[in-house]
Design a binder for this molecule. Structure first.
Ligand code: ZN
Length: 196
């Protein structure tokens, strides 16, 4: 596996609508496993291919962390989250309802978080890495993660869904974060998505 470089806000690839995957071949499998490794190393909960410079409709979400969060918000005391990356290819939101707003972060917008208004419930169809089609209904953080990542493959960052004023602050924070990384590589560890 290979660690990939994460593109940050301002990079043109993050603004592009990504192409659908035509066939799940070895290159897609390698991309998905490299994305999973990159996401785990950076402390993310989800990652989309454009974030590593590949304009394809491929997403990886850590369902282990989502299960952990679900148990925690149900008042249970779960064990440490288990890393369980799930590859989502060519996802399509079939239905959405309700409104929810939670504080989001993004590996491509390091050092900044803000609440974003999104649907609270979604129904999504996608193809798994095994080539099988799946339809799932999701709520809570899972629904948010899907919407955040599907936005990425449509060329939208979460900071495009907040006020211009806040976006300006976010862009400054990313710039500062990247300058700090040059001085101190450990700070990249703070680039958490979904996990605060
Ligand atoms: Zn993101």
């Amino acid at each position: 596996m290979t660690l990939l470089k994460i593109k940050t806000a301002g990079d043109a690839v993050l603004k592009k609508k990504a192409r659908p995957v035509a066939a799940i071949d070895d290159s897609i499998k390698k991309l998905a496993s490299d994305m999973a490794e990159t996401m785990q190393t950076a402390g993310g909960l989800g990652i989309a291919a454009p974030q590593v410079g590949v304009s394809l409709r491929v997403i990886v979400i850590d369902f282990g962390y989502l299960d952990f969060e679900k148990a925690e918000s149900a008042g249970e005391k779960p064990a440490e989250p288990e890393f369980r990356p799930v590859t989502i290819i060519n996802p399509e939101i079939l239905d959405k309802s309700g409104v929810s707003s939670i504080s989001e972060g993004c590996l491509s917008v390091p050092g900044y978080r803000a609440p974003v208004e999104r649907a609270s419930h979604i129904k999504v169809r996608f193809t798994g890495i095994d080539g099988k089609e799946r339809i799932i209904e999701a709520e809570g953080l899972t629904a948010i993660a899907f919407q955040h990542e599907i936005d990425h493959i449509d060329g939208i960052l979460f900071i495009d869904r907040i006020s211009t004023l806040k976006r300006g602050i976010a862009v400054k924070k990313v710039k500062k974060f990247l300058e700090d990384i040059e001085e101190d590589g450990d700070k990249v560890e703070n680039a958490l998505y979904g996990k605060s």
